[in-house]
Design a protein around this ligand. Structure first.
Ligand code: CTP
Ligand code: MG
Length: 224
């Protein structure tokens, strides 16, 4: 089966507050995007890589230290919301059987996580997402902050990326005009079977300066 991967890297990184878009923030002298792409290029049966970068960000700048990328890799501009960026990437992914959508901000996601997601879709699920058990008790609240429910933690997962899908299903989901907070939610809403596979703590999302410090420590630990 052929796999296409869309790496969304078009966000500005407001919460990180760096002077460049988050995917281009450096960790030990390399961009977050370069770490993400390094892992993606090791995915089995990779047929197409699409990198979605901020509008106005040139291809050369985008790739910068990201090379080497597979032949046929395309770089396209994203949009205002993550959904817009995914849509732009999806339009360039071409004829593949399985599409993975991955956040550049989850730059250290191990290849094994990608492989588990692909395996679940190849085995027949319409979609598969990596997830971890939640450690905190989660409360549902109303607008006043009054608790309306306490879902059983055993049945909850905190999900990560890459999120993988049957390519036709994901295309149909994006064509539906519905919107949702993540790609899996869109596919679930249309009634498809989406599975959670084991995630990995290393698939954490670099969101805040504390996360960036964690990334620096992680890379330093590899160099040691
Ligand atoms: N993303 C994107 N296009 C957008 C918004 C987000 O491609 N319009 C990408 C980001 O580059 C990131 C991933 O989606 O790899 C997850 O988004 P998030 O962590 O929220 O990144 P930002 O939106 O850049 O950060 P912030 O919300 O703090 O501004
Ligand atoms: Mg964001």
């Amino acid at each position: 089966r052929s796999v296409g991967v869309v790496v969304v890297a078009a966000g500005s990184g407001t919460r990180l507050g760096a002077d460049v878009p988050k995917a281009f923030v450096q960790v030990a002298g390399r961009s977050l995007l370069s770490y993400a792409v390094e892992r993606v290029t090791q995915v089995a049966h990779l047929a197409r890589l699409v990198i979605v970068v901020p509008e106005g960000h040139g291809t050369a700048t985008a790739l910068g230290d990201v090379a080497p990328v597979p032949e046929g890799t395309v770089v396209v501009p994203g949009g205002a919301e993550r959904t817009d960026s995914v849509r732009a990437g999806l339009a360039e992914v071409g004829e593949v059987d399985i599409v993975l959508i991955h956040d550049a901000a989850r730059a250290f996601t191990p290849v094994a996580v990608f492989d588990r997601v692909v395996a679940a879709v190849a085995a027949g699920a319409s979609g598969a997402v990596p997830g971890l058990p939640v450690v905190d008790t989660i409360k549902a609240v109303d607008a006043d902050g009054t608790i309306t429910g306490t879902p059983d933690r055993a049945g909850l997962r905190a999900v990560q990326t890459p999120q993988g899908f049957d390519a036709d299903v994901l295309r149909a989901a994006y064509a539906s005009g519905l919107s949702a907070t993540d790609d899996a939610a869109l596919v679930e809403t249309l009634g498809h079977h989406v599975r959670v596979v084991a995630g990995d703590p290393l698939a954490f999302k670099v969101t805040t300066p504390e996360d960036l410090a964690r990334a620096e420590r992680l890379v330093a630990s590899w160099a040691a």
